[in-house]
Design a protein around this ligand. Structure first.
Ligand SMILES: [Zn+2]
Length: 151
């Protein structure tokens, strides 16, 4: 027989983030979610020094100011209009992305598979197809087929 008791556990939670560029401290969850974190270890011959650890937290405003011109911004397209996704569609896309990551074993390969237009999907990408409930089902089935080894 196991004997249990309720114990409080202390954890570290992020309650605010300070932007390393503008030094503004944000505690609004929406702003904190929009932060970009750079955490990268340089390799041999890195311009900052061999094996240098590079860290930077950027608020969305500084990200836009510093890198806005270089960012590849993507909006999901349906036909010729850009759509805002939310609710069920966003949930479907998240589920499909997670499943693709597991099936392909790499987010990079999964992303390539998800974004490439395919004959099988009538020249649409899996992500594009997943914008509808029926399309999301087709993509999910295709991922299961790939996972089981049938092409
Ligand atoms: Zn900033």
């Amino acid at each position: 027989m196991k004997h249990t008791e309720i114990r409080s556990i202390e954890t570290h939670e992020t309650i605010a983030i300070t932007c390393d560029v503008c030094k503004t401290r944000y505690d609004d969850p929406v702003e904190m979610q929009a932060f970009i974190q750079i955490l990268k270890t340089g390799g041999y011959g890195n311009i900052f020094g061999d094996g240098a650890l590079m860290e930077c937290d950027l608020c969305q405003y500084c990200l836009k100011e510093r890198l806005g011109d270089s960012l590849r911004i993507k909006h999901y397209q349906v036909g010729c209009r850009s759509v805002q996704i939310g609710g069920v569609v966003a949930g479907n896309i998240q589920k499909i992305t997670e499943r693709a990551n597991a099936v392909f074993g790499s987010p990079e390969i999964a992303s390539r598979w998800l974004n490439k237009p395919r004959k099988k999907f009538k020249d649409r990408s899996a992500i594009d197809l997943a914008l509808t409930e029926a399309g999301a089902k087709v993509v999910a089935e295709e991922l299961e087929r790939i996972d089981s080894g049938y092409f």
